[in-house]
Ligand binder design. Structure first.
Ligand code: ADP
Ligand code: MG
Length: 164
């Protein structure tokens, strides 16, 4: 059963820190799917993940793979950063071979909604970012993972159990 947790952040630094904190407990094979409108903070979230994995300055070093579709960073653990924004057909996910490389590191995929049916079984968690105003976001983590439950229990303001 999926659980979901929501936390409110009020700056891009808070989004970064939240991502950094929860990524510290992730491991090889974990796959994080990110959703939210353009400018929500999906790439900022992945910058925080990169920090947790040992990147010195993700604010400068990590860029969105919108055109390259994916960037791979060899860090303490490999970070595979994918962006599905430009995928035309959801089955491109299969032909690109993304699923085959999940075991090679920790993967973050922006716009995962574009091919959710194909990828759902691989996801450790979905991260949904909702824009409230210029600086504030509600970040909802949806996951079935027990590990996520223990990671998140300390950081969230609201927890619900349900089928969402
Ligand atoms: P996305 O990848 O979802 O399209 P980005 O991460 O590239 O979005 O950009 C998010 C933009 O929103 C950045 O310009 C960032 O500075 C701004 N921003 C403002 N508040 C926040 C916040 N709380 N979390 C993340 N980004 C924020
Ligand atoms: Mg982005």
């Amino acid at each position: 059963m999926n659980r979901h947790w929501t936390t409110r952040v009020n700056s891009r630094e808070e989004t970064f820190e939240f991502a950094r904190t929860i990524t510290a407990d992730l491991g090889r094979g974990d796959v994080i799917g990110l959703n939210g409108p353009l400018g929500a903070g999906k790439t900022i979230f992945v910058k925080g993940m990169a920090k947790a994995l040992g990147m010195d300055d993700p604010w400068q070093e990590l860029t969105s793979p919108t055109y390259t579709l994916q960037n791979i960073y060899p860090l303490d653990e490999t970070l595979i950063h994918c962006d599905a924004y430009r995928l035309q057909e959801s089955d491109q996910f299969l032909t690109l071979g993304w699923a085959e490389q999940f075991s090679e590191g920790i993967t973050a995929i922006e716009w995962v909604d574009r091919f959710l049916p194909e990828i759902k079984t691989y996801l450790t968690a979905q991260v949904k970012i909702e824009i409230l105003d210029k600086q504030s976001r509600d970040i909802t983590i949806v996951s079935e993972s027990e590990k996520m439950e223990s990671i998140l229990s300390q950081y969230v303001i609201e927890k619900e159990n349900g089928s969402k």
